[in-house]
Ligand binder design. Structure first.
Ligand code: FDA
Length: 405
């Protein structure tokens, strides 16, 4: 170790995606690195990611795929370590991959291969593993960080906070990075669950809860005018509300109390289709709608639309007033809903918000006011869309820090 005996060059708290990347790079540059994690099992989030196949990057990654109060912060790290750089690393380890959807790259076999890659990269850098090891307190004096841990005192000249966000506390996620950042005088952008299912008033949702398991492509938007955001993706009905990629994406942009608006037949003109199917058609409206839409959804939608006088599902197409068909099509293309909340951190893929990046140097991830302190990964107020962007941010911010330590 450099300097006085027993002092590491670097201590990294958090052996997840960003922490292993930073530790491996620093170690391979000759620095003595201690990598600390309180979990008994390495990188559980990588293991469960992408349905067990780890959507490890997105080839289209750019600053526009991230939410942050400081949107330009991520630019230089993303430019300095690109998806191609990580793909090269993956290929060097002989890991097979494929593109699934819109630039999303997955392992052919298992996310374990990505964990193994990172572990071996750390070993190449002679990183000293300290896990399971929990950190009770961190102090800084005379340019040295002293960590009080369950494995005794660990001292280092530089400290990297790579403890991630609060999503999935059942896997050991904590707000440790946020607490420590505050201890060092940094601001925190209010953290919230993101990439998370949305929930609705149980009474209101009763009629749709029966659709649990129904999936279809939708357009979903939230926010008005130019500030609005929309995604064309799949939606999934659940017992408590809505999930699926469309909802996870929009959840990051949704603010409590605001509506989301769904187009349940995007890119189509249902009014035209229904009016066009009318002339001389003795089929029931329900049967016709079931040919245009998932059957269970069509049935439930018409049951909900039923009024005191009419069961419109059994009305013959030829008898259905144009006004009714127009209104039905209009409701399907524009379904406004106000979620009551989200399914919370237990079901969220990431945390939105985090340490305010205005306090950091964007090239190195170093805290400007605390020399030697670095923060990387999801703990920062940089939140990627669904689709491999969050791992790309972990690799890129970890690499920026690992090169600068
Ligand atoms: P990460 O969470 O990876 O690591 C933090 C580490 O710090 C953990 O090992 C934790 O144990 C440790 N730690 C926390 N508190 C500590 C403390 N007090 N003391 C010591 N150690 C502590 N992204 C993506 O791009 N593609 C995908 O396919 C998926 N899929 C996915 C599925 C699911 C179910 C979830 C929950 C998340 C994803 N993600 C994803 C998101 C992705 O997993 C996430 O953004 C990155 O893992 C963040 O990397 P970090 O290194 O910042 O944190």
């Amino acid at each position: 170790m450099r300097g006085s005996a027993g002092v590491f060059d670097v201590a990294v708290i958090g052996a997840g995606a960003a922490g292993m990347m930073a530790a491996a790079m620093a170690g391979q540059r000759g620095l003595q690195v201690a990598l600390i994690d309180h979990a008994a099992k390495l990188a559980e989030k990588i293991r469960i990611s992408g349905g067990g196949r780890c959507n490890f990057t997105n080839i289209g990654t750019g600053p526009a795929n991230f939410l942050s109060q400081n949107p330009n912060f991520c630019r230089s790290a993303l430019a300095a370590y690109t998806p191609r750089d990580f793909i090269d690393l993956v290929e060097r380890y002989g890991i097979g991959w494929h593109e699934k959807h819109r630039g999303q790259l997955f392992c052919n076999d298992s996310s374990e291969s990505i964990i193994d890659l990172l572990r071996r990269e750390c070993d190449l850098g002679r990183v000293a593993w300290r896990m399971p090891c929990s950190v009770a307190a961190v102090a800084r004096g005379n340019g040295i960080f002293t960590l009080r841990t369950s494995l005794g005192e660990i001292r280092a000249h530089q400290l990297v906070l790579a403890c991630g966000g609060m999503a999935i506390p059942q896997l050991g996620a904590t707000d440790f990075a946020l607490g420590l950042a505050r201890q060092f005088g940094l601001k925190v952008v209010e953290p919230r669950p993101a990439l998370v299912p949305l929930t609705f008033e149980p009474e209101h949702w009763k009629a749709f809860g029966t659709l649990s398991g129904v999936a279809l492509e939708v357009n979903v938007r939230t926010g008005a005018g130019k500030g609005g955001t929309q995604f064309l993706e799949d939606l999934l009905f659940t017992h408590r509300g809505l999930s699926g990629p469309a909802i996870l994406q929009i959840s990051s942009f949704w603010n409590p109390g605001e509506p989301i608006v769904l187009d349940l037949a995007p890119g189509r003109d249902l009014e035209h289709e229904l009016l066009g199917a009318k002339a001389g058609n003795r089929q029931q409206l329900g049967s016709v709608l079931s040919t245009l839409w998932p059957r269970r959804l069509a049935e439930q939608w018409l049951a909900n639309a039923r009024d005191a006088q009419h069961d419109i599902a059994v009305m013959r197409m030829a008898d259905a007033p144009d006004r009714l068909l127009r209104s039905l099509a209009g409701q399907i293309h524009r379904w406004p809903l106000v979620p009551t909340g989200t399914a919370g951190y237990k079901k969220a893929e990431v945390m939105r918000g985090g340490v305010d990046t205005r306090a950091l140097d964007q090239k190195t991830m170093q805290v400007k006011s605390v020399p030697g302190l670095y923060i990387v990964g999801e703990a920062l107020d940089v939140t990627g869309w669904l689709g491999g962007y969050n791992f790309q941010w972990a690799w890129a911010s970890g690499a920026a820090c690992g090169r600068a330590l």
